[in-house]
Ligand binder design. Sequence first.
Ligand code: SAM
Length: 213
Amino acid sequence: MRLRHKPWAKEEMEKYPSIVIQNPQEHKNKWNNIFNNDQPLFVEVGTGKGQFLTGMGEQHPNINFIGIEKYDSVLISAMERVRDTEQPNVKFLNEDVENLLDFFEEGEIDRLFINFTDPWPKNRHAKRRLTHENFLSLYKHVLKPEGEIHFKTDNQGLFEYSLHSMSTYGMAFKDVSLDLHKSSVEGNVMTEYEEKFSKKGMRIYRLEAHFNN
Ligand code: SAM
């Protein structure tokens, strides 16, 4: 992703601690208090500029959403969307997904989204892919036993890798689409990348999977 450095982003986000949650470690196992309700918790990793999560938040007001993004220059756009639309059920963490277990208790998350994550095509960078087994083990820990992972990408290589990585890890697939926009999946909310790539005529791959416990 092309990154325009915004040196003011971090400070600006700190002005809205009810949207970009500071010190998320302190809220582990207590996210219901932050949202002030007992709704299910859906988390997106690598959330980017927040188009997907704010769209989902609007479509599903009875679900709480948290997006995790490590770059403040990107996340600032997500914060601004929620600030302007005043969505109470969408929050963000300016953090690295690597530290997921610091923020969520075992079985605290109902569903996890991975959208258009960086493919890292070189083998030596495989561990950085958000569908690498090291990340899957983090997701397994924080997801409820019946919790699902929903994954979308335009990148065929990453999709094939992820199918392999997940099945090797013992995950089961509930739904797989090799051309999402021509499939019968309902209520799809497009991410920034999805919009960009599908406008160029590229097909979108999608899967729903869960861990076999
Ligand atoms: N999900 C958005 C979309 O579909 O439009 C953004 C896609 S962009 C290619 C991937 C995003 O994931 C980037 O903003 C990147 O900073 C973020 N990301 C990648 N690895 C991450 C990690 N380990 N922790 C947090 N964010 C990460």
